[in-house]
Design a protein around this ligand. Structure first.
Ligand code: SF4
Length: 179
């Protein structure tokens, strides 16, 4: 049984899969407490994987995104496989502080502190002016830099132009007011 904050169908607004219709399963609970966090970690409904499946199967997309909170705290390979067996492509959005099951299709690592992962498919960093050289040896096929709450876009663009190994990720859903 998992504590699920919300399940919703939308367009991925960030990173590599920007623009992709996807079903989001947001877990309640995190091992960090970032100032800018917008998840209500106290709220949520206890659900079995069958109940989660019942809800997500109402939507036509087979792109499933586990987000949070920190979903890595709550899932294992059996949980992931249950949804893969139903035909889903599994993406996780993680803060990178936990070891993850090996059968996840796409890992988006968005580190804040205490980074444990050394590789992911995608590294997505919220830029607040911090030293990004700490990610020099992080193994990821693509690296995204994202403005913090859309407030410092100009600085992010300037940084990327000087460091072209990074790409810009904007929160498209916020920009276009997509629910
Ligand atoms: S890691 Fe993510 S979910 Fe956890 S507190 Fe920070 S912003 Fe919120």
């Amino acid at each position: 049984m998992k504590k699920i904050n919300e399940i919703f169908y939308s367009i991925q607004g960030e990173g590599f899969f920007t623009g992709t219709p996807a079903v989001f399963v947001r877990f309640s609970g995190c091992n960090l407490s970032c100032d800018f966090c917008d998840t209500q970690h106290q709220e949520g409904e206890i659900m079995s994987r069958e109940e989660i499946f019942e809800k997500i199967s109402l939507y036509p997309s087979k792109h499933l995104i586990f987000t949070g909170g920190e979903p890595g705290l709550f899932i294992d390979a059996g949980f992931v496989q249950f949804f893969k067996n139903a035909g889903y492509f599994i993406q996780i959005e993680t803060n990178g502080t936990c070891r993850l099951p090996k059968n996840i299709d796409w890992i988006t690592c968005s580190p804040k502190e205490n980074l444990l992962l050394e590789e992911a498919d995608e590294l997505k960093v919220i830029y607040t002016g911090q030293d990004l050289s700490v990610f020099k040896n992080f193994n990821a096929s693509c690296r995204y830099l994202q403005p913090c709450s859309m407030k410092n876009t100009e600085k992010v663009v300037d940084y990327i132009k000087l460091h072209p190994q990074w790409r810009l990720s904007v929160q498209l859903h916020k920009l276009l007011d997509i629910p």
